[in-house]
Write a protein that binds this ligand. Structure first.
Ligand code: NDP
Length: 399
């Protein structure tokens, strides 16, 4: 049916590629392109015998001309961007220049400003519309599946949604005193930034990790959850009409937070360049270099994740509460594709989003957040592709 160029060869890319190869009728040919060719080759070598034809290429995705050359050579139908958020705009530019659909899992963030905002990518709406191609933003788990969960709730269960609490819990243990489950630089920038939530049409800002609750998660049990700013809040506030409050919560263990506090206190999480032996270095990038590679956590991580949305609103004039979530087991993900559940829960929806576009189920010229499309076919694929979801109509609520 189609050809996909996959940019990046990290933990998430590994899952996307395995999942594309499990759907060879849709993904007939793929090209894995990243900064380090060896990493692309290593993933390709794990998939010998796959019906999907796999090529590899070296590319610097900060360089639009290099991307354009690669796209012109491979002629994909879609580019799946699972490199870093810093590359979103250069890759979107290359897609525009070549008339190819675009998909990512994280919104653009300028390297020097630790702030997730859609404004840079939403500024491409006209250009994509005029070019007649689709850009699908945020097709991971959160953003991604959580946004589709909200669209599904809106379509099937509510006349009006008033409150959304997204809860992302990881009860997995990798055995290291401190490691991040996805790219350490992106992860630590997210957690050390100020928190915020959407209430009555405004952003309410909090100090980093200031708001804490305990939530009893199905299959995981009670966990400390902390309020973070998260990018899907911004698009859901626009796309879920009448919503009054949206908050995002994530679990962190006391051990993780203690390490993070020490690293912050000694300046290791800073993104301000410093002079080191005659060279400028960014402490957070140096820290990334000494921390375990998230892609290496797969064989060590045991336990479950639970990510979902607790939604309150009204249906037929009566109050209604709805909870939809997915539970994923780290060891099962590793056994299937050689990655832990954080990469798995991101990579599967990226593949499904690309499938929706290649099959023409989701179409339209322009730049779209994932909740703008019909959630039903995506929800069906989640069940088929390894991320089954569960529902409850009487969940505990977060005050
Ligand atoms: P990794 O750090 O494991 O992988 C990133 C990959 O991108 C690496 O292969 C890296 O190459 C490559 N890369 C970085 N810069 C460039 C460049 N300039 N040109 C070409 N390739 C480049 O990250 P993850 O796989 O953990 O995460 C991938 C993406 O998924 C990130 O954007 C992350 O924010 C997002 N994500 C989204 C989630 C969601 O639920 N929506 C959850 C988790 C992650 P090299 O190896 O050479 O450095």
């Amino acid at each position: 049916m189609g050809k996909a160029l996959i940019i990046g060869a990290g933990g998430v890319a590994n899952v996307v590629i395995h999942k594309c190869c499990q759907n060879p009728d849709v993904f007939e040919e793929i090209c894995i392109a990243s900064r380090t060719l060896d990493k692309c080759e290593a993933i390709k070598n794990k998939l010998t015998g796959s019906k999907t034809v796999i090529q590899t290429a070296q590319v610097d995705a900060d360089n639009t001309d290099m991307l354009i050359n690669l796209i012109n050579k491979f002629r994909p139908d879609i580019v799946i961007n699972v490199a870093l958020p810093y590359q979103d705009l250069t890759i979107m530019d290359a897609c525009l220049a070549t008339g190819v659909h675009y998909l990512d899992t994280a919104n653009y963030e300028p390297p020097e400003i630790p702030k997730f905002e859609y404004k840079w990518q939403w500024a491409y709406r006209d250009k994509f519309e005029k070019a007649g191609i689709t850009a699908l933003l945020g097709s991971g788990f959160d953003p991604g599946v959580t946004s589709v969960f909200c669209a599904y709730a809106q379509k099937h269960y509510f006349d009006e949604i008033h409150y959304i609490d997204i809860v992302d819990a990881n009860a997995g243990d990798h055995g290291y005193p401190f490691a991040t489950n996805f790219n350490p630089e992106i992860n630590i920038r997210e957690i050390t930034a100020k928190g915020s939530y959407w209430e009555k049409g405004n952003w309410v800002e909090t100090e980093p990790l200031e708001l804490k609750r305990v939530y009893n998660l199905p299959e995981i049990g009670p966990k400390d959850i902390y309020l973070l700013h998260h990018e899907e809040i911004e698009s859901l506030a626009l796309n879920i009409k009448g919503v009054k409050r949206i908050r995002f919560w994530m679990t962190f263990s006391e051990k993780y937070l203690t390490h993070l506090r020490v690293l912050e206190n000694v300046g290791m999480t800073s993104i301000e360049p410093i002079d080191f032996e005659g060279k400028k270095i960014i402490p957070l990038q140096f820290l990334k270099a000494v921390l375990p590679d998230p892609a290496s956590l797969g064989p060590r991580t045991k336990g479950k994740t639970n990510i979902g949305c607790i939604i309150q609103g009204v249906k037929d004039g009566k109050p209604r509460t709805y909870y939809v979530y997915n539970v994923c087991v780290h060891e099962e993900c590793y056994a299937e594709v050689g990655s832990q559940a954080i990469s798995y829960t991101t990579g599967v929806p990226a593949m499904i989003g690309a499938m929706m576009i290649l099959k023409g189920i989701w179409k339209g010229p322009g730049v779209f957040n994932i909740e703008e499309f019909d959630p039903d076919p995506f929800m069906e694929e989640l069940n088929r592709c390894g991320l089954p979801w569960k529902e409850s109509f009487a969940p505990g609520l977060i005050d």
